[in-house]
Design a protein around this ligand. Sequence first.
Ligand code: FAD
Length: 479
Amino acid sequence: MQSVSLVWFRQDLRLHDNPALAEAIDTGHVLPVYILDDTNAGDWKIGSASRWWLHHSIQQLNQTLANKLWVYKGDPKQIIKRLISEHSIENVFWNRCYEPWQVQRDKKIKNELEYLGISVRSFNSALLWEPWTNLKHDDTPYKVFTPFYENGMENLFIETPTETKIAKLKAIPCSQANDKIEQLALMPTLNWYEGIASNWSPGERGAQERLDSFIQKGIENYKVGRDFPALNSVSRQSPHLHYGEISPRQILHYIAKATQGMQIEANVAHFQKELAWREFSYSLLYYFPFITHRNLNQKFDQFPWVENEALLRLWQGGKTGFPIIDAGMRELWHTGYMHNRVRMIAASFLAKNLCIPWQLGAKWFWDCLLDADLANNSASWQWVAGSGADAAPYFRIFNPVIQSQKFDPDGNYIRSYVPELSSCPSKLIHDPGSASPTEIRKHGIILGNDYPLPIVDLKETRAAALTAYKNMKETILAA
Ligand code: FAD
């Protein structure tokens, strides 16, 4: 009789290039399981937008498994132990996750199952370099991106992604998988997700289609185009990567194959480098698990952050009076995504002009982003705030008006998300608050009525932030 292996799907919601699933198929019968774990996640339960994604992604996975996905909600340890006894399971396989609470949980489960005589094996399916495979010569983790990247590249060999032998999959039948997915109650009760649904296709097939479209339309201008939010030059692979509907290895492999002979090596290399920032974030989170809530650079513990609820709400709602920021915050709300350039501008404004703790911005992103990812979100917020690894120096404060003029020169991105400014000419659209009321009224816009006046003065808040930073440094030196 062939043995039964349980495959625990987590952030690897795909069939192809999935080592845990491939191993289980080779071993015999398979019990494919998904468990929504809100029990162990603590502060990092999946956010609202990401839950919407997860609902659809599990549905897609279940379809590709011919409705044989066993779906549960609760504590994985209890659920897996019960399944083991009910189905005489001998092996448990999973692909590794790296959030601190997941690492702790998985260690405990592995120990307990091994004690019961179950064979447990875990695999890498999500990273090019697992944190412990890309360390400095003295075996300590990198805190600077470039040497991390260069060292990783020296050892990077993109293997051909493994084809899972789906035809050989002997999955244990399961009843009412679709009902079980509904019972997870991942879908929001209010329908705020129409804009999201029309922009995205979660699941393995959606990931592949999005990648194909990027290869056809985006990659050849990626290096320059990636900074312009109105252009379609980025891959939008982030939520697919977060849920493991595609692996970085698959992405790099397909891109290398599809762009052969196109002479766009610089664009491909730049894309690879951006993917490596994701790897860097994972390494940081693994070795410095507190970066989710505490400054990596502890000097910033002395910074006089201000928890101003009213300003935070205006920022969240896209009502700051700075159009590029408002466009970004509304893009986030309507589509579950925000372009990277605009994420940097909006985050810098919150942390440096408003001096609001970066953690509050990170929390909002966590709830609203489809690609909310603990490693990328924490490391990126700290990078922008200046408190992180290899961070933007504190004195480099993004000016939202100059950024807007540079990266959205015609205002097309702004007009997509801030319709009340659609009649505003390009020369005024970046900073309507500085135009004379008569001039702006000529275009049918009354500031403070149709569109907010700037909530702060950029020069004053910049100067105040720099003074606070200088004082912080002096206090530390004096201590
Ligand atoms: P592309 O430009 O096509 O890049 C391809 C992939 O490379 C991305 O999907 C992503 O996996 C990785 N990548 C690109 N830029 C970065 C970066 N700066 N840091 C880490 N990885 C990167 N990314 C998330 O996936 N989840 C988050 O929660 C998240 N929060 C962020 C918060 C802030 C304040 C900032 C400034 C950035 C954040 N990022 C986050 C990083 C980045 O903005 C997104 O990964 C990127 O915009 C996703 O779009 P894309 O897939 O089209 O990117």
